[in-house]
Design a protein around this ligand. Sequence first.
Ligand SMILES: C[S@@+](CC[C@H](N)C(=O)[O-])C[C@H]1O[C@@H](n2cnc3c(N)ncnc32)[C@H](O)[C@@H]1O
Length: 256
Amino acid sequence: MRMRFKPYAHDELMAADFHVHEPLIWGGRWHAQYARPEQPFVLELGCGKGGFISQLASAHPENNYLGIDITDKVLILAKRKIEAAYQAAGRPIDNVKIMSTDIERIKGVLTPEDTVSRIYINFCNPWSKNASSNKHRLTYPRQLIQYRAFLEDGGEIYFKTDDDDLFRDSLEYFPASGYEITWKTFDLHENEPAWNIRTEHEGMFTEMGIKIKALIARKLPGDETVTWIEPKVLKKMAAAEADAAEAAAHGETADA
Ligand SMILES: C[S@@+](CC[C@H](N)C(=O)[O-])C[C@H]1O[C@@H](n2cnc3c(N)ncnc32)[C@H](O)[C@@H]1O
């Protein structure tokens, strides 16, 4: 997504009290940042222009929400959509926050004490053109394993994408990262669930005639449920095994 630089974004975001100005200092204390700390805590990763979180959070005052994106350039639009949605709902903005953070470095920003009930990942960048860049996908196992630190056991990840490669790979990523896929569809709009809220990218891809793929995955308890091994580690293991087999074969020849 190409966005023009918006120099006013910083000042406007800093003036909004639901924008988290210092993301790195709240680890372990996120619940206490909300008017009703006892409520379930829900994340949207890569919230973009905020169409999704503004509608979801303003309709569900019984949950607390945090929308995260890497760039202020879209968060400024999310900020405005949140203000508009809460004004329309006639509610104070007391159960949603937004912040700019690199989700690949989320470890420590959120900790096990921040117990998250649910995570939404909507139309994350597919990184499909180059296999070695796949590790930046927000559903790549390295990331899914990081989320395990703060997602409660049984907590769910709702994931939607337009991208066939990303969806196919994610069907493998989730189980290997200790999640059970409890529901999936290759055409979300064929029988659109009542809970679905269409995002900006969902609208755009749907207009282009691209089917939306979606799944719900539940976090399984216990580190033993994580079976993922990085491809480069697997490669090294295979090479070491091949070397050992070759050495053994030479040894056998020398002995003969
Ligand atoms: C394709 S857009 C989708 C936006 C929105 N969820 C939607 O469905 O319309 C992906 C968003 O993820 C954000 N993003 C990508 N990588 C990220 C990262 N590592 N950390 C935080 N945000 C990221 C991008 O800035 C962008 O806003």
